[in-house]
Ligand binder design. Structure first.
Ligand code: NOJ
Length: 766
């Protein structure tokens, strides 16, 4: 057997010889931009050496281990995987992590297969690896792009130290449906905010140089439309117009592609009748065509097989044919390509150029990651031990957690809490939980490693703190792969909780969802407080009205009763490892919250989908004074809390709103400015938001669309003038042919600290 070092040297020599011997131009089917660059030449040289089976092998991504299968593949499935690794029939592995495991797999691929092509090692690094940041929806509430980029950087640093070089993140699915559990993974409902956050995350994961051992390739997922699954039900069908696709769904994907995301993942849904793993329109026409994307597309877990269950392919052979031709380059744990594709080529059903294109894209990213220079570059045992969980990462995720908190309501200034002389009752099972705050999608983190809210509050010892859980929210064990069992009968802890509340100056109640009640396969038809929590809340309110309600949840909740009765509500999401410290620092005023909702909170689930950038309808108001207008007979149209909403311990005032002109020609830059003043008693931060409305269009335009924002720090008494520039990019939109158009006419501009701002001006575009 050739040794590791020999293999690397041999590979390099081979490539150099090949580069000088072969005609090193890009294959006509590759769509990788500049065909003359060095990596393309190397890719072409290597491709020329490969058999069809080895090429197809690069398109095969196997799962290494998952909670259900234990630490290594075992049984027959494992035997086959090892065999395929040795034959060079595996391009990458997912969920293999840690020095020992990654080394073992990589060594087989590099030292035992004929060509020694290194594996790409993928993992769901969704909000951190071991040291966890807030869930992505929570991070998005910070509107702090620098912090979000840094959070992805920390995640990449830890993951790469564990041998991982490719993450299945960022998830950039826009969604307007809080019933869908995966909203916790995304940036919320807005395409503009979602695009900015997508770029920040891609930059954070990939850094400046992908070949550095602490940067990892990013994946924009799930391409596309998954967030519009009908009725919010997981894996359900998606049917949307071309203009909605282009204006709402695609912008964050386009932004991620432009930011250089090296891979895209398709998804489980169909789009207008086409299962997207088999969608030529999305993958070839838009992504690799119009956007000139030169990375590769990985399927979602066995999503190519699911083309059969959708009823679009009759068997695996046809599914492989449809998916490969449509531009799905890599088959994730579907075992379809590895068994079908080579024969499909030999039978002349799939052209070899399709395979060459896919393999070129995959190899290209492997070269960019530096895996051909050193396949073990992400494997360093000392580094793994030193980097993962280091103090600077805890500091970073604490910072991110504080920035993610949204103060929804603070009547009577119950917050910040006084630091001394108070009797505080802390109530709720979630308050002492060290597991749930870690949130969903946290496969590499250890259970029960979050700082609980109880622990965070105990660090402030000037007050008397009494803790009572009230009721158990759930019973039994919780796990990523299992449904959370909710307690809806046992009230035995209520009395102690009420006694504690009765005698307290302030009651802090921590209520909401368990971390595993959101995420993949966690759709809900009721989005209120699970189990007996609402009953507990109302019972406590009956004995003490001074309640600070701290929410922990992975989606917007419908909390109409709480919003009406409870004076103070803090949206605390699932904030990751440092949850308790972050919440305590916010409650005690050592951090002034500045988060703004990235997703609308409905009054009840019947209003869903409810989102700020809706269309007006022909009957938006009660013009005639009768019943025939667009409304509910049992509920208001307005949300409980709108997109962009969030308060501070201080107060901000807006003045001097100016648009530099009243008429502009298309393509000119339009300057808008506004002065923001901190007129309250604390230093603080405000997210200044700018919205447009295109009043008359050749397609109906939304009543408001976010087109700019800036996070501003203002000392007590300080004012700052914020400038925005609007260009055609912000004023145009996609029509139903998928064309970007900019139309003349009247525009309204709104500026303020929430999407329901009334501060408005306007101009005409000629
Ligand atoms: C299925 C999920 O939809 C996807 O987001 C994830 O990356 C893969 N499983 C791999 O875990």
């Amino acid at each position: 057997m050739i040794s590791k070092n020999n293999r690397i040297i041999l590979s390099s020599i081979c490539l150099i010889i090949l580069m000088t011997t072969f005609n090193c131009t890009t294959k006509e089917s590759t769509n990788t931009g500049d065909g003359n660059d060095l990596i393309n030449q190397k890719v072409d040289s290597l491709l020329a050496l490969m058999t069809i089976e080895e090429k197809v092998g690069q398109m095969n991504l196997y799962n290494g281990f998952w909670e259900v299968t234990g630490p290594m593949p075992d049984g027959d499935n494992a035997k086959i995987k090892y065999e395929h690794l040795r034959k060079g029939w595996v391009g990458g592995m997912l969920s293999v992590r840690g020095y020992d495991n990654v080394m073992k797999m990589q060594q087989i691929a590099v030292e035992e297969s004929r060509l020694g092509i290194p594996l790409i090692i993928g993992f769901d690094v969704i909000h951190g690896y071991k040291t966890l940041s807030p869930i992505p929806l929570a991070e998005s509430a910070s509107w702090d792009l620098e912090a979000i980029e840094n959070s992805a950087r920390v995640a990449a640093t830890e993951a790469s130290a564990a041998g991982i070089n490719w993450t299945f993140a960022p998830m950039v699915d826009i969604s307007r449906d809080p019933r869908w559990g995966r909203v916790m993974e995304g940036a919320g409902e807005d395409p503009y905010l979602g695009s900015k956050i997508a770029v920040a995350r891609v930059k954070g994961f990939q850094g400046e140089d992908l070949s550095q051992p602490n940067t990892i390739a990013a994946t924009a997922k799930h391409f596309a439309g998954y967030g519009f699954a009908e009725a919010g039900r997981e894996y359900n069908t998606v049917d949307i117009s071309v203009s909605k696709l282009h204006n709402v769904v695609l912008p964050p994907f386009k932004a991620a592609a432009e930011a250089g995301a090296r891979s895209f993942m398709n998804s489980f849904n169909d789009l207008n009748g086409d299962p997207v793993s088999g969608s030529t329109y999305l993958q070839r026409d838009i992504l690799k065509g119009e956007w000139n994307f030169d990375g590769f597309v990985v399927s979602d877990w066995a999503s190519i097989n699911e083309i059969i269950y959708w009823g679009r392919a009759k068997d695996k052979k046809e599914a492989a044919e449809i998916a490969s031709i449509a531009g799905s380059d890599m088959d994730m744990e579907g075992h379809v390509y590895v068994y079908e594709l080579a024969n499909l080529v030999k039978d002349g059903i799939v052209d070899e150029s399709i395979i060459d294109d896919a393999v070129s894209r995959i190899l290209r990213v492997k070269f960019e990651l530096g895996l051909f220079d050193d396949p073990y570059r992400y494997c360093n045992k000392e580094n793994e031990a030193k980097v993962i969980g280091q103090q600077s990462h805890h500091d970073a995720v604490l910072d991110m957690a504080k920035k993610s908190v949204v103060l929804l309501k603070n009547d009577n200034n119950l917050l910040p809490l006084k630091k001394e002389g108070q009797k505080i009752a802390l109530i709720g099972q979630l308050a002492s939980d060290k597991n749930s705050p870690l949130g969903s999608w946290r496969i590499a983190s250890d259970d029960n490693t979050a700082v609980s809210i109880l622990e965070g509050m105990q660090a402030y010892d000037g007050n008397q703190l009494i803790y009572e859980k009230g009721v158990d929210v759930w019973v039994g064990n919780t796990a990523f792969t299992k449904e959370v069992k909710i307690n809806s009968t046992d009230k035995s802890g209520m009395t102690e909780a009420l006694n504690a509340a009765r005698n307290a100056d302030v009651v802090v109640m921590v209520l909401g969802e368990h971390g595993f009640q959101s995420g993949e396969a966690r759709s809900r038809t009721e989005i209120d407080l699970p189990g007996l929590q609402q009953e507990l809340l109302e019972a406590v309110y009956a004995v003490n009205k001074n309640i600070v309600l701290v929410l922990q949840n992975g989606r917007p909740l419908a909390l109409e009763w709480a919003a009406e009765h409870i004076p103070t509500i803090v949206e605390g999401w699932h904030l990751g490892t440092q949850t308790g410290n972050a919440i305590a620092q916010v409650l005690y005023g050592d951090y002034n919250p500045s988060g703004k909702l990235p997703m609308t909170f409905p009054r009840n689930v019947g209003q869903v989908p409810i989102y700020y950038n809706h269309k007006n309808t022909g009957r938006a108001t009660n013009r005639e004074g009768n019943v025939f207008w667009s409304h509910y007979i049992d509920q208001k149209n307005t949300p409980l809390y709108p997109f962009g909403h969030g308060l501070s311990y201080t107060k901000f005032e807006y003045s001097d709103f100016k648009i530099e002109g009243s008429e502009f020609i298309i393509d000119s830059d339009i300057e808008v400015s506004v002065t923001v003043s901190n007129v309250g008693n604390f230093d603080g931060k405000e997210v200044v938001q700018l919205y447009i409305r295109d009043l008359v269009g050749s397609l109906v335009r939304p009543v408001k669309e976010l087109k700019g924002f800036e996070l501003v720090s203002l000392k007590k008494g300080e004012s700052k003038t914020i400038k925005f520039i609007l260009t055609s990019k912000e004023l145009g939109y996609y029509n139903n042919s998928g064309e970007f158009v900019i139309e003349s006419g009247e525009f309204e501009i709104f500026v303020g600290g929430s999407s329901d701002t009334k501060l408005k001006g306007g101009f005409t575009l000629k």
